[in-house]
Design a protein around this ligand. Structure first.
Ligand code: GDP
Ligand code: IMO
Ligand code: MG
Length: 503
């Protein structure tokens, strides 16, 4: 079993793991890894839009709401779903049933009583917005995340605790639905009915022909959820605050900094703050309580799911269109491009080759993830919100790639644009990305090209044994982005981790 190098956690009582990109960098794998060290593992952001994968001895687990420390439950580790999470009880109950089937326990799982509740009306609103053809699609996961947070800020949201008190559940729900119905009255009733028939919406069980949403059916379902989960619902904010400095706390980030509502490539982002600040707050503690943060960097390529700018996308707009087409699936890709490889000449096909080599198909939605080269301007930007301690993952994916590109800066090629005092003109060089869509869409990557190592790395256990080209590339990225790289990952398995010798 790969051991956690003790020097990484010297003097650390609270550790955070966040993603520095657009998600899916391997947070689940590393939260599971560091859960060995922790006493408490807490989620603080996002909801079932997340898909966190853990592979142990060839067996794969994917979690959406359950923290990725859950496989350590039998060792007495406490897993917490914090107040900042958009909590969908249906999905948690499904996940718990799977854990039970697999013979895994969840005796020490707690859910914040004040976490935001996701309900069918949120999933409906999410899917209605995504179905519009006015160009406002974000490519969400359709899990109701945005609308649930909107309700929270609009002060009409419900919390997990409301499931335990039917009277207040009814009162709050009526108020919440009254607003929704005003909006729904202007939309296509057939579309509403169709969406309400989706399995995530109880396959029509909550549909009401004149009111759109059936209050009684919703109240009854959420009352039952409350009964089922009652013993897990706690004051986790207090629990976490009591633990600070006394116990080892591991915070599990969801999504990635470039998807953060506050710091990401807005508006193509999720609805919570995926930075360390957001994560700490959503777990009920302060950012200053976090002693160390490891930012996960997928290298030497990166991925994005959904719409939004992606300057280094391999295959450009053609790739974006292809991946965002709901008809594109892994099987269709395999059939149409059987020979796609990491070395294909056509960039669009090469993107598919990298997707296949990295198995880049959504853990939540199964959508193909758009692939692009590692983008240092974006990385330099997101490190502002994660700090400079980093873990590089998926290094093995490009093992057979003969030529690797790394984007070291952008050339801005759009019309004059002002950002505060700064003025961008055509030809301006950007070493640090400016995540405004109006800027990103005109950023042309400048690449440095490296030859690959063309050797399998997935069994390698030490930095020194890695091929020279790969070591040089790792050090190049560390230098260019001022990264303090602490660990490397060369495969999905818990065992496929390499410690950097000096950090
Ligand atoms: P998360 O959302 O950040 O937890 O990441 P996901 O689980 O959505 O996606 C990461 C995918 O990469 C999963 O399928 C992991 O099993 C896999 N993975 C993680 N680290 C590595 C690695 O170093 N190499 C390879 N080949 N796969 C990895
Ligand atoms: P993990 O934790 C990758 C993306 C969606 C969409 C945007 C908004 O597994 O890294 P939302 O449903 O949140 O309103 O969608 O955010 N997105 C993710 N992309 N990994 C995730 O989570 C994501 N969660 C949301 O694809 O572009
Ligand atoms: Mg994921």
């Amino acid at each position: 079993m790969t051991l956690i190098p003790a020097r990484l956690l010297n003097g650390v009582s609270t550790l955070a793991i966040v993603c520095t990109q657009w998600g899916d960098t391997g947070k689940g794998k590393f939260v599971d890894f560091f859960a060995e060290w922790a006493d408490i593992i807490a989620r603080g952001t996002g909801g079932a839009n997340a898909g966190h994968t853990i592979v142990i001895g060839g067996k794969t687990y994917v979690f959406h709401l359950v923290p990725s420390g859950i496989l350590h439950d039998s060792a007495g580790k406490i897993n917490v779903i914090g107040n900042g999470v958009a909590f969908d009880p249906r999905i948690l109950i499904e996940e718990l049933a799977i854990l039970t089937q697999e013979g895994m326990s969840f005796n020490n799982l707690s859910i914040a009583h004040n976490a935001r509740l996701v309900m069918p009306q949120h999933i409906l609103m999410d899917r209605l917005r995504e179905s519009s053809r006015d160009g406002s699609r974000i490519g969400t996961t359709g899990r109701g995340i945005g609308p649930a947070y909107v309700d929270h800020y609009a002060r009409v949201g419900l919390t997990v605790n409301d499931m335990l008190n039917v009277d207040s559940l009814r009162r709050k729900l009526e108020r919440n639905l009254a607003e929704k119905r005003k909006l729904l009255a202007h939309l296509d009733p057939l579309l509403i009915q169709q969406i309400m028939g989706h399995p995530h919406l109880g396959s029509g069980a909550f549909y009401h022909p004149s009111k759109f949403l059936d209050d009684d059916a919703l109240i009854e379902q959420y009352r039952v959820y409350g009964q089922t989960l009652r013993l897990l619902i706690k004051d986790t904010d207090q629990m976490l605050r009591d633990a600070i400095g006394k116990k080892r706390v591991l915070l599990e980030g969801a999504q990635g900094i470039l998807l953060s509502i506050d710091y990401g490539t807005y508006p193509f982002v999720t609805a919570s703050d995926c930075s360390v600040q957001g994560l700490a707050r959503g777990a009920g503690i302060r950012e200053r309580h976090v002693d160390r943060t490891f930012g996960i960097v997928k290298a030497f390529y990166m991925t994005r799911v959904g719409e939004g700018p992606f300057p280094t996308e391999i295959g450009g707009d053609e790739s974006a269109r292809w991946c965002n087409d709901p008809l594109t699936t892994k099987d269709i890709e395999a059939k149409l491009f059987p020979n796609a490889s990491v070395n294909s000449d056509d960039p669009f096909v090469q993107g598919i080759g990298i997707r296949r080599a990295g198995y880049e198909y959504g853990a939540t939605t199964r959508r193909p993830r758009r692939t692009g080269w590692l983008d240092l301007p974006l990385l330099r930007y997101s490190l502002r919100y994660s700090g400079h301690d980093a873990i590089l993952t998926k290094l093995d994916v490009l093992d057979q790639c003969e030529m690797i590109r790394i984007c070291t800066s952008y050339r801005y090629d759009g019309p004059r644009y002002h950002i505060g005092e700064q003025q961008l003109d055509p030809g301006t060089t950007l070493r640090v990305a400016i995540p405004h869509t109006e800027v990103m869409r005109y950023c042309i990557p400048r690449y440095q090209i490296f030859s690959g190592w063309c050797r399998n790395t997935s069994d390698i256990k030490t930095f020194g044994e890695l091929p020279t080209q790969l070591r040089e590339l790792i050090l190049f990225v560390a230098r260019e982005a001022e990264l303090n790289i602490v660990l490397l990952s060369v495969g999905p398995d818990r065992e496929q981790i390499i410690a950097m010798e000096t950090n």
